[in-house]
Design a protein around this ligand. Sequence first.
Ligand code: DC
Length: 227
Amino acid sequence: MIIALDGPAASGKSTTARLVAQRLGFRYLDTGAMYRALALAAQQRGMTDEAFASVLPSVRLDLGYDADGNQTVALDGEDVTAAIRTRDMGLAASAISRHAPVREYLVQMQQELGRRYSEEAGGAVLDGRDIGTVVFPQAELKVFVIADARTRAERRLAELEVRGEVYPDREAALDALEAELVARDHADAARAAGPLRAAPDAILLDTTELSPEEQVEIVVQHALARQ
Ligand code: DC
């Protein structure tokens, strides 16, 4: 079984995907982390996104899980799990993800991983922007996860603070983060290749007022109903 979770930045997709996979004994794939890793690879090589697209097969991208079940990412053998979680890498990932060759490369990898995870564990939960529309349009369950922009900014700020970043003026930080998330969503929705878009048959899940446990429960119930 394939479960596709799409939606704008910081809407709660990754947390939901990880916990839903845990509940159902499935494996999960955070596809945003793959775009972030390629953005970092381009940066490390000092290449423009266009030039980088032609050397894609030379980049080694290894995905795994840590002891808590969080996805880990290694780039050319080096663990970059933490390095790709910055604000800058989110923006760089959005920029590189506009390029069709980059998308084609990752979409194929995501399809292979999703099929393999599904065969090995009975199911795979993928989160991203184009999972239900491009990567697995035949997914058994598609959910489009949304939340209001301020709530998303608050969640993202909390994540950054947990990682040790310090924001003395929280209101100003929230304003800046909200503007950044909204601009990134517009860019992701406006691109020609694999835009951020709900599949026509996706369930809309607004997480603004929901706890992670409630979000997970809703998706799990939909999944169980389709098994
Ligand atoms: O989910 P995230 O914030 O880690 O994603 C970072 C960027 O990667 C996002 O702004 C757009 C791009 N992305 C994409 O184009 N398609 C996906 N399936 C996942 C992410």
